[in-house]
Structures are given as structure tokens and as C-alpha cells.
Write a protein that binds this ligand. Structure first.
Ligand code: ADP
Length: 531
């Protein structure tokens, strides 16, 4: 049958087949709220009716400034099943950027956490919304979330929607230039959830307890809220509490089986675990997923060797949510341990239905695990263009319809992708590439090093040279020579950074990646100019 693949069908699945499966959410006062998929679905339908009652036209955009919590989850479903588009805004961006993004996306309604009201106040002049809704106490002309919901018809059911209807709008975190938006259809969400959940990928089933640490305002929380609904898996939402102790507490008390977030989060969690190994019972955890930037090899082995935890590398982008997962294919399951390890350190194989290739100036590169090229990807949940940005779109999509990721990769037989660098971050020294993720990984393997980021700085002789910015663990230190000596065991001599800058903590973006733009701004003095 030609049934539409929609978010309404995914929600119906949760409501009918898994109504009692729990949804757990941390409240602003740290208490834990327990509800179920049945209740979330019923409230989401009612909220959908109430949103339509505001007089919004089909396709109108409902923005959020919210942490990951149960009301945000209800909105993740309510807006799309009403034929509206949900647009989670990143509250950690600069207020001018938030205002720019909301204006660019033509957001009409804003749902805002009470704690973000001061932020909203700073943008209300430049960014007028036709209605503001507060998760918390109503104030001024903003109505309360519960008051709005109470106005909705509890019997309301979604109508049939074309699966190509826009369900969500997401913006890149803008590490290169102004943030760019993409529209995500119902069909994209549905096929992404199906594919990511498959055995051999995330292998999610209804007995799983999922904790997305990646916020609901970044890369749509990798689509996990939808995947959980489709499969009736338990969902745990951390609210504003993203520090290692709070996350570990929640993982232990809720017996979380699968969690996912950016590497800097997992570095902090690993430090906390190392400091007091027996404190948290993580015996239910089957995998911790790390994506968003390169997971340092020493972190992956640290989890495995010291805590018997499986840290799985994944790769994704705002333009496609999750794209690759480093699960081993059948032919590697019986390979020697070292070969398995090498493959587990890569970013992984593209999920089913995604196709990849890598290009360099003279054509596509061989899948030999050595030749680097820019990764191009296509598939049913990859965006087709940036919102209202024909120039940026023409640059990023090829004429034959592939998306150019801006990631420089090698592809090994079987489709294992390894990110060598981001195109905009590569360091080219004397015409040869130096991989910043490899250097960073080598530095972070040093016992004194907590964080390391490498950038390129211009150099009179070599064009560019790597510069490392390093933060030590509290109470630890090493000299630049000791660090160079240490990494020389793993990388070529000519890769060794002449300049190593020691900082308290390496600057990070709003979603927790090392902020190379900020680092370049701080450390731009050319080296070698007078040598
Ligand atoms: P932004 O481009 O603003 O950072 P995204 O959050 O969408 O926005 O980031 C996507 C990019 O993050 C990818 O193109 C890639 O460069 C990087 N990335 C994602 N996952 C990984 C990973 N596992 N290893 C290395 N880089 C990654």
C-alpha cells in the first residue's frame, strides 16, 4: 500500500503498542518526572490541536528555546502531526545569531523554557513572534504551556499528510560562516529512524533505555526521540543537567542501555569514572555513542580497558542526522583484534540506504583506506538544499545530486569511513596534509593531557604548520618537549607542532566541539616568519 511514512504513524505506534513504556525527564528542580509514551502521545495530540487553534497555516514554523525534556518531546511530535514544522533553536548561541536564525526560518511561534525568558527578552524587539508560550509560569503576553495544552481537543487525531511535508527545521551550528538551515521531511525522519535502529547499527528494541545527551536543539538529537517512539523504547531526557555527575547518576538510576553525545562530554565522563571507578553502576549500558567530532583513540580504549564500556564511534551532520556507525561487519567479526580495533576507531559505515563516495581534484578516490578525498553522500534523509540559500546550496550539492560534506575522508573496503579532517580545518604543510584529528588523538593519549586541539597557522617556509592548544588534567603537567617526544612515537617527525600553547581549558562551540575558529582568532601570529 502506498501509506505515507509520517511522524503521526510513529507516534500512533508508540501510543497503541507501547503505551506503558516509560518516558523519564529531569525537571528544572532536578527531580525526575515519570510518564509514559501513552501519555506523551495523548498530550502531543492535544497540543497539536491547540497549536492549530492559534490560527497557524499549514507549514508554519514553531520554534523552541528548550532543554531536552518531556514538553520538548511533546512538541517534537505535536507540531509535525499538525502539519506544522518544529524548529529547535540553540539557546547557547549568541542572541544575535538566534535572532538571525529565527528570522531567516520565519518562525511564527516560540515555545521557551522559563529559564530562557531573559534570553528571549533580549531578542523580542528584533524578532517578533505572533505567539510566545512559556514552559513554566505565564508572564506578560506569553501564555503558559499547560494553559495552551488545556485548550486542545483531547479527541483530536492527525489527518493524512504527504510524507514529503516538512516536519522539522534545523540549523548547522555555524562553525563556518553564518548558520545554514535545512528542512527535514516526515519521510526523512521515518526512514532515518528505521535504518539507524536496525540490528548491526544501533540495534534498538523495546527493552532499550535511551538517553540522548546530544541536545534536542542539535542535529535533532540524532533522531532518537522518533526512533524510541517507533520501537517503544524507554526514553530518558536529562533536562539542563549535562555535567558528568548528573549524567552518570541518571544512567545508573534509570539503567540506561544506550546513550550518545559529543566526545568532549564523554571525556569529562571518563575523567569522573576514572576518579571513582566503582561509584556508578553502569552494568545495563550496552554502548555509548560518540559523534560530532573525532573520538580520540585513547578515550575509546580508556572506556573499554578501564571500565568495560563500549564506546562506539558515529558520524553525523545537521544535514542528515546520523550517517555512519562504527559497528563491525560480518567479515571483520573474526578478524585479528588489532584489525578490529583499527576499524572501531574509524567513524564507521554508512547506514543502509545511504551511499557514499569521496572525490579529489582528478576524480573519485579508491576505497583503499588510504587515499583522501572529500566525502559526498546521498540518501533518503540527506537534505537537498539549504533554506533560501541558492548560492550555498549550489556550492554544497553536486550537479548529479550528491551532498558535499566538507569532510576529508579515506574509505576502506566495506565502506568504512575515516575522517582525516574537515576541509576548512586541514593543515597543509609543504604541500602535504597533516591530520589534525590524528595529532589531537596522539596528544590526548598522554596521561597529563585532558584536551587538545590542533589548528593550522601560516608559516613563511612551509605555508602552514600545526599549532597545538593543550589543557592538562588538574594537578598534571608536561613540557612541550615531553609532549612532542611522546607523540613522535605515533606520528611522523615533520608533523610535530613547533608551538604548543597551554590553556586552562580548550575553547568549545555551543554544542561542545573544539572551537577552531576561536582558537585561530586567539593564536594567529605567524610562526617561522623570522626564522
Ligand atoms: P557544524 O558543521 O556547524 O559543526 P554539525 O554539528 O552538523 O555542524 O557538524 C557536522 C560535522 O561534524 C561533520 O561534517 C564532521 O566534520 C563533524 N563530525 C561529526 N561526527 C564526527 C566524527 N565522529 N568524527 C569527526 N568529525 C565528525
Amino acid at each position: 500500500m502506498d501509506d505515507e511514512l509520517t511522524i503521526a504513524a510513529m507516534l500512533r505506534r508508540a501510543e497503541r503498542y507501547a503505551p506503558d513504556r516509560p518516558v523519564v525527564s529531569r525537571e528544572p528542580d532536578r527531580s525526575v518526572h515519570r510518564t509514559s509514551w501513552g501519555e506523551i502521545a495523548a498530550r502531543a495530540r492535544r497540543l497539536a490541536a491547540a497549536l492549530l487553534g492559534l490560527g497557524l497555516a499549514p507549514g508554519a514554523r514553531v520554534a523552541t528555546l528548550c532543554w531536552s525534556h518531556r514538553q520538548h518531546l511533546e512538541l517534537y511530535f505535536a507540531a509535525p502531526i499538525a502539519g506544522l514544522a518544529l524548529h529547535p533553536l540553540n539557546p547557547r548561541l549568541h542572541v544575535d545569531d538566534i535572532a538571525y536564525i529565527a528570522t531567516h526560518a520565519r518562525d511564527e511561534v516560540l515555545v521557551v523554557d522559563e529559564s530562557f525568558l531573559p534570553l528571549y527578552e533580549r531578542m523580542r524587539e528584533t524578532t517578533p513572534f505572533r505567539q510566545v508560550i512559556v514552559v513554566g509560569t505565564a508572564t506578560g503576553d506569553a501564555i503558559g504551556y499547560e494553559d495552551l495544552l488545556a485548550e486542545g481537543d483531547p479527541e483530536w487525531q492527525p489527518g493524512v499528510l504527504d510524507e514529503h511535508t516538512t516536519a522539522l527545521v534545523g540549523f548547522t551550528s555555524g562553525t563556518a560562516g553564518r548558520p545554514k538551515g535545512v528542512a527535514v521531511s516526515h519521510r526523512a525522519v521515518a526512514v532515518h529512524s528505521l535504518s539507524s535502529a536496525l540490528q548491526g547499527w544501533l540495534g534498538i528494541r523495546d527493552t532499550d533505555v535511551l538517553l540522548p545527551v546530544v541536545p534536542m536543539y542539535h542535529a535533532l538529537a540524532w533522531g532518537w526521540p522518533y526512533t524510541a517512539a517507533l520501537l517503544g523504547a524507554e526514553l530518558v531526557l536529562p533536562g539542563p543537567f549535562l555535567d558528568p555527575e548528573s549524567l552518570l547518576e541518571l544512567c545508573a538510576s534509570e539503567r540506561v542501555t544506550l546513550t550518545g553525545g559529543v566526545p568532549t562530554v564523554w571525556m569529562g565522563v571518563l575523567r569522573t569514572l576514572d576518579a571513582d571507578p566503582g561509584r556508578y553502576d553502569l552494568s545495563a549500558m550496552r554502548a555509548i555513542l560518540s559523534g560530532g567530532s573525532t573520538a580520540p583513540p585513547s578515550m575509546i580504549t580508556g572506556y573499554a580497558e578501564r571500565h568495560q564500556l563500549d564506546l562506539v564511534h558515529t558520524w553525523g551532520m545537521t544535514e542528515l542526522m546520523m550517517g555512519a556507525i562504527a559497528e563491525l561487519s560480518a567479515d571483520l567479526r573474526h578478524a585479528p583484534a588489532e584489525e578490529q580495533r583499527r576499524h572501531r576507531l574509524k567513524q564507521g559505515r554508512p547506514m543502509p540506504f545511504l551511499e557514499i563516495r569521496a572525490r579529489r581534484d582528478d576524480g573519485f578516490v579508491a576505497w583503499d583506506g588510504e587515499s583522501p578525498g572529500e566525502l559526498e553522500i546521498r540518501g533518503p534523509w540527506v537534505a537537498t538544499a539549504y533554506l533560501d540559500s541558492p548560492d550555498a546550496s549550489a556550492q554544497q550539492w553536486t550537479e548529479d545530486g550528491w551532498f558535499r560534506t566538507g569532510d576529508i575522508v579515506t574509505i576502506a573496503p566495506g565502506g568504512y569511513v575515516e575522517i582525516v579532517d574537515r576541509a576548512k580545518d586541514v593543515v597543509k604543510s609543504g604541500g602535504e596534509w597533516i591530520s589534525t584529528p590524528v595529532l589531537e588523538g596522539a596528544l590526548m593519549a598522554h596521561p597529563a593531557v585532558a584536551e587538545a586541539a590542533v589548528i593550522g597557522v601560516s608559516d613563511a617556509k612551509w605555508g602552514e604548520r600545526p599549532l597545538a592548544v593543550v589543557a592538562f588534567h588538574p594537578g598534571s603537567s608536561a613540557t612541550a618537549d615531553e609532549l612532542r617526544e611522546f607523540i613522535a612515537r605515533h606520528v611522523a617527525r615533520w608533523w610535530l607542532p613547533e608551538r604548543i600553547e597551554i590553556v586552562e581549558s580548550v575553547a568549545k562551540t555551543t554544542v561542545g566541539k573544539f572551537d577552531k575558529v576561536a582558537l585561530r582568532r586567539t593564536f594567529t601570529a605567524p610562526i617561522g616568519a623570522d626564522s
